[in-house]
Write a protein that binds this ligand. Structure first.
Ligand code: COA
Length: 329
């Protein structure tokens, strides 16, 4: 019997129309375009302005586009996983809301919370449902409305984040293409450097937590920066070595888009040329779980069937890893 791999058979993204540029931010906090561009690579971020819309609305738009593009009947979808840290509410899950919004009446659905590594962890999880032979059509969405956690008086973080959603369809492949291998990790020793301090069961919302701004994302950038570079590069190298590949065998690296300098350092460590590295951080900023599928969507025109593609991410938890897939389209 031939091995079943979980192949990506469609990718589609959705971003809100409104943008905040670096110049817009320089009118809100003490910053400027030159600092933001040189320290992060970001020029603008898309933001979901409509106060009645949430992450599931963006996820649903991405999934609707994906279903149309792949000519898939929503009733044929068996599972929807939404990787997100900004669900519409604590429960019901963003995935359940998304499934109903797109008419996936026969699917079960759940959220997966692993911050900026969410899409990577979700892809490994979704792949197992396909590889087992039990499911034939699984959708994985990376979606985050990061502006809902962003303090626009804090220049350390407000320059970084944007809103977006992007989705992939996974189906069985017996030609050897699809998700091949991954190396995934968590270590919460230093979780406090990157977190949302309040609003969970440890520190439920109170007037004090709101006054202290503890419902906004907190990040101590420098220690996170250092460990992000090492972790993404080391796990990407490990997944290459395990599969007897070198940088020369890699067609594309799709890294999490948190900082252009982290992306460049990871690519350099792997010996990749700039044209092998997919980068779109300048247009969207860090959209957390959405960065990798959004980048896949932007660059899919360049991918060919059988291409070796490495995904790599680092995020809150800490959580990090790398995944090797062979492009199937
Ligand atoms: N505009 C202008 N100056 C700014 C600024 C801004 N938006 N934000 C910070 N600064 C200042 C700081 O106050 C500091 O000034 P000081 O030297 O007088 O104290 C100086 O710039 C350097 O700050 P620092 O925090 O050391 O900058 P950095 O080079 O580390 O860049 C990040 C900050 C956040 C861009 C960077 O640390 C980063 O990308 N971290 C990792 C992000 C990541 O991967 N997260 C995981 C996934 S979400």
């Amino acid at each position: 019997m031939k091995t079943i791999h979980a192949a990506i058979t469609g990718v589609h993204g959705w971003v809100p129309q409104d943008v905040i540029t670096n110049d817009d931010l320089s009118k809100m906090v003490d910053t400027n375009d030159e600092w933001i561009t040189s320290r992060t690579g970001i020029k603008q971020r898309h933001i979901l302005k409509d106060p009645t819309k949430a992450t599931s609305d963006m996820a649903a738009e991405a999934v609707k586009g994906l279903l149309k593009k792949t000519k898939t009947n929503p009733a044929d979808i068996e599972l929807i996983i939404v990787a997100t840290i900004t669900p519409d509410m604590m429960f019901p899950s963003c995935a359940a809301l998304t499934a109903t919004k797109v008419g996936a009446v026969n699917a079960f659905a759940f959220d997966l919370n692993s911050a900026c590594s969410g899409f990577l962890f979700g892809l490994e999880t979704a792949a197992k449902f396909i590889e087992s032979g039990t499911y034939k059509k699984v959708i994985l969405v990376g979606a985050d409305k990061m502006t809902s956690l962003t303090d626009y008086t804090n220049r350390n973080t407000c320059i970084l984040f944007g809103d977006a959603a992007a989705a992939v369809l996974l189906e069985p492949n017996t030609e050897g293409n699809g998700v091949i291998d991954s190396v995934l990790h968590v270590d919460s020793t230093n979780w406090e450097y990157l977190c949302l301090k309040a609003g969970g069961s440890l520190k439920p919302a109170t007037h004090e937590t709101v006054d202290a701004g503890e419902h906004f994302i907190y990040q101590d950038g420098q220690p996170v920066f250092k460990i992000a570079v090492n972790s993404m590069a080391n796990t990407a190298r490990e997944v290459l070595e395990r599969n007897s590949l070198t940088g020369k065998d890699v067609n594309f690296l799709i890294p999490h888009q948190a900082n252009k300098r982290i992306i460049d350092a990871t690519g350099h460590y792997l010996g990749l040329k700039p044209e092998q590295i997919c980068v779109n951080i300048e247009n969207y900023g860090n959209t957390t779980a959405a960065t990798i599928p959004l980048c896949m969507w932007d660059f899919e025109h360049a991918f060919k069937k059988g291409d070796n593609i490495i995904l790599a991410a680092f995020g809150g938890g800490y959580s990090w890893g790398a995944l090797y897939l062979k492009w199937a389209l």
